[in-house]
Design a protein around this ligand. Sequence first.
Ligand code: C2O
Length: 325
Amino acid sequence: ALSQLVPTMAQSCSDSSYFPPDYPVDCAPPPPKAAPVPFTPYSGPVVDRKSAFTLTSKEVSRLQAAYQALRDLTESNPDDPRGWLHQAAVHCWYCGGGSDGQAGPEIHGSWYFLPWHRAFLYFHERILATLIDDPSFRLPYWDWDRWGLTPSRQMMPPPYSLGGQANSLFDALRGQSPSAQLPPRITGPLITQKVLTQTEYQTFGGGTGNAGQLELLPHNHVHVWSGTDGNTMPNCGTDMGVLATAARDPMFFAHHSNVDRFWDMWLAQSKSNQNPTDPTWSQQSWTFYDENATWVSIQVEDVIHTTHLGYRYDTLATTLPTKVA
Ligand code: C2O
């Protein structure tokens, strides 16, 4: 049964010898200098987010330059909230590391999963674009859902896995070799079908206290697979398999771009697939540092349309796989 395949990401790992010496304990952001300003929709052009497998070599270089600039910022100014380690800590802070009580509700295992991660990716994207002074920069997505159509894509996107430490997109704390194949039980047609055929947001994207199928199945599977050999627990000692460190792997953002793409794919499946209308959901807000290091407050309703955030997905595969392997 599918439920037996559902892995869970490690919330915490009891043996601290697994952890790198700089394992985050307190992930709080640098204290803001002013009260948060309300988010204003992105006013630049709407640009496609593309598959990480279809980037031109120029686009790969641009992506690498952007992450290099992000890593360099952490080196040159460790207190800049936009720098690499602070970016990674944003995820940690919101997923239970927010011990100062300011982070807000847990963003996993609930209906905040999709909008929170969309907002995080948006600010991350704007920061990268600003660092390389290229407003048209967009994050790529890792389309692990194309199982059976393009077998050569059933692996980590090569731009993220090749070249070792010299590649700013590489992360040494992964468990997989660059050529490892994603098994179909992780992201195959059965999984895509199970996710996209949910008729309620609550079972697709999460409810008030439950994770949706998108989070439970492909999302968690890909984290755990990326963090380990895909079969063994714990995931401790890798970045992607542990909530507190997952966003230290640049692949996190390509993975979540695809999770985010599934939100639009699900809405495109049918007019009756609808987002929640409850204001408890749509008016939930979070704060992020934006590309100018301004402390910004953003609400769920600000992120419902990707075009208000300056991007769309180049393809939404809305035809469900028919061949179930
Ligand atoms: Cu916030 Cu993929 O986990």
